[in-house]
Design a protein around this ligand. Structure first.
Ligand code: CAA
Length: 258
């Protein structure tokens, strides 16, 4: 496996785990960390022995945002030519389901990376926010687009314009977070969810993820057409025959995976 300086990478069965690991900067997302996350996630994505990915941080911070110190003095020329933050796009193009396990601060880019994931599980200590306005900028990794889709205009505007933070309970009520668990149970819960997903048929999990993602980028009729043709195409898979036979025979299915 590749050597990393800003993240820890391990696998547990069919689950790949990426832990953001810049504790001195509350996991601030500098360019090197972003590159490492993308490489590690793409390696897992290419490995058919991996059926789900968990990305997490520390008890204190999932990530406190983009690295302010790294970008503070950059010129427009530099950020435009380098396409600042555009490297995260590859993370959103993974086919493997990704679960964000968030404890502590998920601010700015931290909240935005969590929103790039497919399922967001929060510890009761989690704090979400888009405080970029306090720095004289706006969210730049998708915050103004994904937050409104996740929680609607009223709360998205409230968070983005005031820069306030939102606790885990409020985030769950608002629809940003799938589950809130005690901090001590966060990783176990995320691994349990990931292991459950990783035991499904891998191509069917890819298809389910892709079909849900299409909902964010299409009209209802286009999305329904995509879903229907994808659904029908799954009848070409042995896993569909196995899944339905297993139901009929009252046994657990054994998917091909790996
Ligand atoms: N970038 C760089 N360094 C950061 C950082 C960040 N986003 N967040 C925290 N750190 C560093 C601090 O500078 C500090 O380092 P030093 O010890 O060397 O001074 C260390 O992490 C610990 O932080 P604090 O001492 O500030 O810890 P705290 O408990 O007092 O406060 C906090 C925690 C409220 C999260 C505070 O650190 C904070 O407000 N951080 C910045 C949050 C923020 O504005 N995020 C948005 C960034 S911009 C962005 O993300 C753009 C985008 O859309 C992509």
């Amino acid at each position: 496996m590749t050597d990393y300086e800003n993240i820890l990478v391990e696998r547990k069965g069919r689950v790949g785990i990426i832990t953001l690991n810049r504790p001195k900067a509350l996991n601030a997302l500098n360019a090197a960390l972003m590159r490492e996350v993308v490489v590690a996630a793409q390696e897992f994505d290419a490995d058919h022995g991996i059926g789900a990915i968990v990305i997490t941080g520390s008890d204190r911070a999932f990530a406190a945002g983009a690295d302010i110190k790294e970008m503070a003095t950059l010129s427009y020329q530099e950020v435009y030519l380098d396409g600042l933050f555009s490297g995260w796009k590859a993370f959103t193009e993974l086919r493997t389901p990704v679960i964000a396990a968030v404890a502590g601060y998920a601010l700015g880019g931290g909240c935005e990376v969590a929103m790039m994931c497919d399922i967001l599980i929060a510890a009761d200590t989690a704090k979400f926010g888009q405080p970029e306005i306090n720095l004289g900028v706006i969210p730049g990794m998708g915050g103004t687009q994904r937050l409104i889709r996740a929680i609607g205009k009223a709360k998205a505007m409230d968070l983005i314009l005031t820069g306030r933070t939102m606790g885990a309970e409020e985030a769950e009520r608002a629809g940003l977070v799938a589950r809130v668990v005690p901090a001590a149970d966060l990783l176990d819960t995320a691994l349990e969810v990931a292991t459950t997903i990783a035991a499904k048929s891998l191509p069917v999990a890819y298809a389910a993820k892709e079909s849900v993602q299409v909902a964010f980028e299409s009209t209802l009729s286009e999305g329904l057409r995509f879903e229907r043709s994808t659904f029908q195409s799954l009848f070409a898979l042995a896993d569909q025959k196995e899944g339905m036979a297993a139901f009929t025979e009252k046994r657990d299915p054994h998917f091909i995976n790996g």
